[in-house]
Design a protein around this ligand. Sequence first.
Ligand code: AMP
Length: 450
Amino acid sequence: MSFENLNLHPLILKAIVDSGYTEPTPIQEQAIPELLAGHDIMASAQTGTGKTAAFMLPALHRLATPSKVHSRGPRVLVLTPTRELALQVSEAAAKYGKHLPRVKVVSILGGMPYPLQNKLLSQPVDILVATPGRLIDHIQRGRIDFSRLEMMVLDEADRMLDMGFIDDVERIASATPATRQTLLFSATLDSAIDKVAARLLKTPKRIQIAAQQARLDNIEQRLHYVDDLSHKNRLLDHLLRDMALKQAIVFTATKRDADTLADNLSAQGHEAAALHGDMSQRDRTRTLTKLRHGGLRVLVATDVAARGIDVAGITHVINFDLPKFAEDYVHRIGRTGRAGAAGIAVSFASGKDGVNLKKIERFTGQQIASHVVPGLEPRFKPRPGAGGASRGTPNVAHKRSRTWSNDTSGRNANSANGNRDNSRGRSFDSDNRGNSFRGSSNPSPYARTK
Ligand code: AMP
């Protein structure tokens, strides 16, 4: 199928051509006709699948026809769990809508000054992209007129649910016209999401795209068994000295660990910086801009902060700490291999990560081949079937029998100093209103080793 067959406005097609897209991705192919026909949809799609264009192109198509309602309020509302994702959605709106006359996109995000937002909201708005907490504040102050709202998009609804934003989302929805078209995108469509959809969507079309495996095909997944923190640090230093590594995101379990590890790496001479929810929006934006422009080689990040990051130069993702949840693993490694490029995802696993590793492999349907760096071999022997298939690639040298024993790290990589959301037991980085969790005040295990 080609974009021409989708009946989008010619000025939107022109922007698609400018973007260099030759054909719609599966989510675009399935969602766009349903949306142009006016249906609500709920779709399982993650970042990297082209889901942003799947909703933004039909949204812009609506905007090409003037509204019949006399108002300055938004015609399209996109709610996202994180500020970074909101900024990416806003950028996509500007990119795909650049040939349409006067499409005004406004982002309303937590952590940004109110006076500027008040000013933006006092002017006409076409597309409003917002994080739920800050938007609620403005709604309560009577600053938003939803009388001409036609479309509401819930982007990464599962994450909004996990982060405890869903009540805010429902309150926002109740302030909008019942005639609106509602779109829900989520990594997975489970029963919790079904309940939200039942309350907010009208007989939605359900769209499920490509299994996890298909989307990971261009990413080579590698596993390194590690004995302890010092072993992890030495391996990381080795991996970062590989010239084939252009840019990398290194994931840690907690915000504090991200800071400490970024400091350690900088002290070792790497161009590194941290990104997490405790940083001010200005610092986060500055760090991301630097990453985008190639001024930063290593970003040390936590799950939520790094979600949705779409930087073409990222050749490697390194799980310094393995995520506790398999879905997070897929989100993390999807930061590399963007738009069809090849990527490498390296995970460090200690003796205590066997169960997590198995969960991840079951979720992705793929075994992760274990690799060994000569001179940095692990001492412990993983048990057979505990995850981490040895494969016959030239780099794979791990052929010993496995028992998950002899772990000397003294810590589970995912024991995270707090940072938990108790709604569904998922890892929790921060919300958009600045109330991030810290948990225990244990000293970071990432004390400098060099
Ligand atoms: P998303 O899943 O929305 O985060 O998009 C992932 C990446 O795919 C972004 O860099 C988009 O610019 C790119 N993209 C979106 N649609 C297409 C398409 N039809 N063909 C090629 N790249 C695309």
